[in-house]
Design a protein around this ligand. Sequence first.
Ligand code: HEC
Ligand code: HEC
Length: 220
Amino acid sequence: MRFILTTFAAIGLLGFVVGTVHADAGAGKAAFAAKKCTGCHYTDGPAKERNIADQLAKKGPELWYAGSKFQAAWLKGWLQDPKPIRHLAYNSLTKKNAGDHPKLSAGDAANVADFLMRKTTSEVKAGVIKPKKSLKGKKIFTKKMPCTGCHQSASKKGKVTGGFSGPTLVGVGKRLNPDWIYAYLKNPTHFKPFKAMPTFAGILKDKDLKKVAKHVSNLK
Ligand code: HEC
Ligand code: HEC
């Protein structure tokens, strides 16, 4: 009897220690459903969109590879204070983003971030891209392809310029996983079968895709 009680006490203590040290992905999954995040985002891959109509029916970006795409610290912070990423409303070419994304408490954000960071795809290989200055990457980004025609970015001095049709790349060095940026440029349809961004793989050599990814992941 005494042994059984001690065993239960030990298991209880273990649960307590684990529960307080780590954010809880199970609680994150529950919060994701309770806060109705499921109404606008799907979290099970691979990509479900089979045609343009599927893409247009989506109310928010797919999150089934969120753990490969985002940096955990950024995700946890953004869920508590979601600032617009896309200048335009989702799936719109004219309407401005209203900036009214639902907010989470610090506790829910930590759990939901933990749940989402477990959603990964083997398409993204770790350790390929190190954020680094790349003159060739910068030249492609600003002149050769002009990525800046569709994306905003900040100069060293903090001056923001660029187009509005793509998500902002200001602060992208803290937001996106460098290896995801490269994987996305290399094989965009794995992530977004129906997409608004041109495919650069094939137009740019693989080594140049890597240089652009380096440059983009180094943007402040
Ligand atoms: C009414 C639809 C709607 C609901 C409900 C909603 N979202 Fe979103 N979510 C969006 C849209 C639209 C965006 C794009 C926002 C932007 O670009 O600024 C977005 C963006 C995101 C992103 C960034 C994804 C990316 O690829 O840029 C994450 C992470 C996210 N939402 C998580 C959540 C969580 C967690 C909840 C529940 C608390 C939630 N969302 C509820 C519509 C929604
Ligand atoms: C014609 C406009 C256009 C051009 C040119 C363009 N993009 Fe994009 N980009 C988009 C759009 C729109 C998205 C959002 C995803 C989608 O719908 O395809 C996007 C998404 C992205 C993302 C992911 C951002 C996020 O938060 O999800 C990155 C990184 C990116 N582009 C980098 C680049 C780079 C690097 C280039 C140049 C080699 C480039 N883009 C050129 C329109 C463009």
